[in-house]
Design a protein. Structure first.
Length: 579
């Protein structure tokens, strides 16, 4: 009898059970398909929204990549700042196949900015990736690629480039993180003032056109740098300003920095002394005092004389003129030609504190300069206006303002009497701000004559440029230091306008703590150092700005020349100036 192993027969499912299982599978499949469909819809919807409206960050006006910013151009369309795709060179150390020491030796021949040990250390890092160069040229990338090392990788990343290097650095500013804020943003100058506009995706492709002229800016920086080295000055400042629109054609502050390589830049180089530093600007205030005297009716005749025969004592304070100045009664033109502190103080005493303060306020000397950049200093305004305060501020002592504010004031002196805020943005023809009237046309016309006389006979002679009919005023003041004055240092300034028969531009140059030289006979005053800078800048840039030199034209001085009989034919004043 044979035996066999019996296996249990599988249980047969009923028809109803099979239908239930199939239904369940269908439901699960439908749910899965619904999830997949929903996922596809989300992705497609997101793509559509990005295409139509940009990302959520874009909708808030924030750039996805803050380095991708609109271009900044000068007034003639020359690029001053732009975003480019820069090549980066990196390495994945764990993927390097060749000999790392030999590779380091090869890299140092192509990129000599670091030694072989530096590259070898990078190649041996435990990190998955590290940069070797973030600003590589296409030629350098090709050379490294020819090494054939698979562990070295290349990519293009957006980079903010300032193609003119240090040119107009303080006006442009720079971008980057700052302090506790790791975000990339504009940190100074136009980059900071217009950060939202420059980084907005909605404005991308629309450049910001500045009032600056790169050619004039280069000439100003060149002449300032030359003077700064020649006279061993601590810093130098220069401005070219359109007198009718307030446009800043050039803004220079030395020492300068390179916004392409901001790391390691000293703080004094980052400081924009045009708007961020205030100075007692000495005798450059005297024409403002004369304009106030004429406008207020204090002085009605240019022939009126004021006693400058001896120092003026007011209480315990003594006001004096420089040695060698004429010790006599001076009329209005002579007061400016000889830059007499004593005569100016007497005129201010008659004007009075209220009217002097009113003029200074109308010229904006009691508030920060009006311009787009945010790096601005508040002037030092006297806390109490004693009689001596009125006298000393009349020749630029006891009150401190920025160089830009002085330039704007001189624009009002010569343009017909209208003060306008300054701007770094290009102004379309016919769209200059209305400004405010501070002087009458007649007073402004008189000031043009007086300023021209200073450059013909006074301390501004070295600032004259043949054919350009320059008028201006020097100022040399002791440098403020620790609540007092440093008698060994001064601030030398010359501010001028041209052409004085139909003024177009104000040009200012200032040197902080210049030293005398053999060529200047030891003098370190503005007549010897700052004035020549202005003269050379005008000579170099006048034609660029549309002002052609013409030796046949001159300011009409017929009514003032007879008053100068004592200086006509005699040696004009020396370069020595008041303190």
């Amino acid at each position: 009898m044979s035996t066999f192993l019996a296996r249990p027969l599988p249980q047969r499912r009923s028809s109803g059970q099979r239908h239930a299982l199939i239904a369940t599978a269908h439901v699960r499949l439908m749910i899965l398909m619904l999830f997949l469909g929903a996922g596809f819809l989300v992705v497609i919807g997101k793509i559509a929204l990005l295409g139509l409206f940009g990302s959520a960050a874009d909708a808030r006006g924030v750039a996805v990549n803050p380095v991708v910013r609109s271009d900044i151009l000068d007034r003639n369309g020359e690029p001053l700042a732009r975003t480019i795709d820069a090549w980066t060179v990196g390495v994945r150390p764990h993927e390097v196949l060749g000999d790392k020491r030999a590779l380091a030796e090869a890299l140092v021949k192509i990129m000599p900015g670091h030694d072989a040990d530096w590259y070898y250390a990078k190649l041996g890092m435990k990190a998955n990736f590290t940069y070797l160069d973030r600003h590589a040229s296409p030629a350098l990338v090709n050379s490294i690629h020819d090494l054939g090392e698979p562990g070295i990788v290349f990519a293009q990343e957006p980079e903010r480039l300032y193609p003119q290097s240090t040119l107009a650095a303080h006006a442009l500013g720079y971008i980057g993180p700052s302090g506790d804020d790791p975000n990339i943003a504009g940190r100074a100058g136009i980059e900071r003032a217009f950060d939202e506009r420059l980084s907005s995706p909605a404005e991308r492709g629309v450049p910001v056109s500045l009032s600056l002229d790169a050619r004039v800016q280069a000439a100003m920086e060149s002449e300032l740098g030359r003077a700064m080295v020649t006279f061993s000055a601590r810093n130098a400042t220069g401005i070219v300003l359109d007198v009718h629109t307030g446009e800043v054609i050039a803004m220079a502050s030395l020492p300068v920095y390179n916004p392409n390589k901001i790391g390691g830049t000293p703080s004094d180089a980052l400081r924009n002394n045009v708007t961020q530093s205030v100075y007692e600007l000495g005798s450059t205030f005297k024409p403002i005092t004369m304009a106030t005297a004429i406008q207020s009716g204090t002085v009605t005749s240019m022939a009126r004389r004021f006693d400058a025969t001896a120092p003026l004592k007011v209480g315990g304070f003594t006001i004096h003129d420089e040695r060698g100045d004429p010790k006599r009664w001076l009329n209005i033109p002579e007061t400016l030609i000889y830059s007499s502190n004593v005569a100016t103080a007497r005129i201010a005493d008659e004007i009075g504190a209220a009217r002097m303060q009113a003029m200074f306020r109308q010229l904006g000397f009691d508030s920060k300069p009006e311009i787009e950049v945010r790096e601005k200093a508040h002037p030092l305004w006297p806390r109490y206006w004693a009689r001596t305060t009125t006298m000393t501020t009349a020749y630029g002592h006891g009150i401190a303002i920025t160089p830009l504010q002085l330039a704007s004031a001189y624009a009002a002196l010569v343009n017909g009497g209208v003060w306008r805020p300054s701007t770094l943005l290009k102004v379309a023809p016919g769209h200059a701000p209305a400004g405010r009237r501070v002087l009458s046309e007649q007073t402004s016309a008189r000031m043009r004559q007086l300023l021209r006389l200073v450059c013909l006979y006074g301390t501004g002679r070295k600032g004259d440029a043949p054919g350009y009919r320059v008028g201006g005023k020097t100022g040399t003041a002791e440098a403020a230091s620790n609540g007092g004055y440093d008698h060994s240092r001064n601030v030398a300034t010359f501010v001028a306008a041209f052409p004085m028969d139909a003024p177009r531009y104000v040009v200012l140059a200032m040197l902080d703590s210049p030293l005398g030289t053999k060529e200047t006979f030891g003098w370190k005053t503005a007549a010897w150092n700052a004035a020549p800078v202005v003269g050379r800048v005008i000579a170099r840039t006048g034609a660029m700005l549309g002002v052609m030199p013409d030796a046949r034209r001159e300011v009409d001085l017929a009514d003032l020349r007879p008053m100068l009989t004592l200086v006509a034919g005699a040696q004009a004043p020396t370069g020595a100036e008041e303190q």
